[in-house]
Ligand binder design. Structure first.
Ligand code: SR1
Ligand code: MG
Length: 432
């Protein structure tokens, strides 16, 4: 940060809260003290953030706990050399409250928000864990599909032109338009950098050196990722979470909570659905790297692929149901689809719409996979595989599927075609 930025920040009242300041601060917030219980001096505070951007504290009192998230004026993963607006906390709060209305029970409850400090206090999710950690451990989440499909269908449908009158939709777009710095991270880290020599890129070297070079020279892939980037830049279809990977989902066996919507803006729906599918596929390809003995995780891996299929199938079913029952938007005016013939034609169009959305989903899923293997921010599914050659094998398989999904998207007419290809590629041995 420059000296000017530091001064600007100080004059705005923002300061980074460390443990002692946070204790004093929270002691003055009734919505928080009520849930904690006991005297502030007795609260136990620990910083637990393992994400790329912010501080996250857990505060425990005598009767309960809260989670407190504070945005830093820079990217935590990189440091002060990469400034990032504090306003992301504003957009995260806006998105969280919006999602809480649209998908009740599927996001954490907000207890308190402070615009100046870029800080939000939320219900402490216990005994939930970050889903990605559970997947690395090989845990099956039987209720996940229903929850995530509901979250996706409801948040996307109800913020789209299928549900909203044009004026309300445009106001929604305007409310999130200022979150462009976070969008720019995605535009660079997902849609550009993995396909060029970027300073911050990394991959499992030397095994993936040739694959990374191939991807940097693959013009068919460059066209495909550029089309996806254009869609991300220009398609304000719905309010999307914007970073819906398995590190943004907390789970227990029977509960699912979507967290961290700081990348939220009006963008293409397929970006969110694709993020979920991509991260399940990466968990699938990484699984062999975490097995104690060959085949020990077979049931878990089968569950992962069924889950990939069901996420799309259930999402499409729920979204279609909402469209049939709750359409109140300006798209597809009722006056144009009257009578039996109109209803039948609209139903055909719904199928065509879902087919297009599926193609977007597959393309964005591929982009999400490639960025996690060749770009700046990696994920523990692969990173925790200690044997680097085995890790590279898992990553190479993921990249192989991702390239097919992005360049030959049309050859995946159904989600079953994606999981079939994943099954075949799981046994492919790359030549290193
Ligand atoms: C510099 S931020 C890197 C990544 O972390 C977030 O979770 C987003 O996925 C972002 O792309
Ligand atoms: Mg995050």
């Amino acid at each position: 940060m420059t000296a000017v930025q530091v001064r600007q920040q100080a004059s705005s009242g923002y300061r980074i809260l460390r443990e002692a300041d946070l204790r004093d601060y929270l002691a003055g917030v009734p919505a928080v003290t009520a849930g904690l219980g006991g005297a502030p001096q007795s609260w136990i505070i620990s910083e637990v953030g393992d994400g790329n951007l912010n501080f996250v504290f857990i505060v425990r009192g005598t009767t309960g706990g809260v989670a407190v998230k504070q945005a830093l004026p820079y990217v935590r993963l990189v440091g002060e050399s990469w400034p990032l607006p504090l306003s992301r906390a504003h957009y995260e709060h806006l998105a969280l409250t919006h999602q809480a209305r649209l998908a009740p029970g599927l996001v954490p409850a907000v207890l308190h928000h402070d615009e100046t400090l870029a800080l939000t206090a939320m219900e402490l999710l216990e005994p939930h864990i970050i889903m990605r950690k559970g997947l690395v451990a090989g845990t099956i989440y039987p209720d996940f599909v229903g929850h995530v499909a509901t979250f996706l269908a409801r948040t996307l449908f109800f913020s789209s032109d299928l549900a909203l009158p044009a004026a309300a939709k445009k106001e929604g777009i305007a409310a999130f338009a200022g979150n462009h710095a976070l969008c720019k991270i995605t535009e660079d880290l997902i849609f550009t950098d993995p396909y060029r020599l970027a300073e911050q890129n990394r991959w499992t070297s030397p095994w993936l050196d040739a694959t990374a070079a191939d991807i940097r020279a693959d013009l068919d892939l460059h066209v495909a990722i550029s089309r996806l980037k254009l869609k991300f830049l220009s398609s304000a279809e719905a309010l999307i979470h914007g970073d819906l990977h398995t590190g943004s989902i907390m789970v227990t066996e029977h509960e699912t909570k979507v967290i961290d919507p700081e990348f939220a803006f009006y963008g293409p729906m397929g970006f969110d659905i694709g993020a979920v599918i991509a991260n399940l596929l990466m968990a699938y390809f990484a699984s062999v790297g975490h097995e104690r003995e060959p085949g020990a995780r077979a049931a878990f891996e089968a569950w992962l692929l069924t889950t990939v299929e069901q996420v799309w199938i259930e999402f499409a079913r729920k979204f279609g149901e909402l469209w049939r029952e709750a359409a109140a938007g300006d798209a597809y005016p009722t006056a144009l689809f009257e009578g039996q013939a109109g209803a039948a034609r609209l139903e055909i169009e719904r199928q065509a719409y879902m087919a297009r959305l599926f193609q977007d989903t597959i393309g964005f899923a591929a982009a999400k996979i490639i960025r996690r293997i060749l770009g700046l921010a990696h994920n523990i599914d692969f990173e925790l595989i200690e044997d680097a050659k085995l890790r590279a094998t898992c990553e190479a398989r993921s990249l192989r599927l991702a390239r097919m999904m992005m360049v030959e998207t049309g050859s995946f007419p159904t989600i079953g075609a994606v999981t079939d290809a994943a099954r075949r590629i799981r046994d492919w041995q790359p030549e290193f």
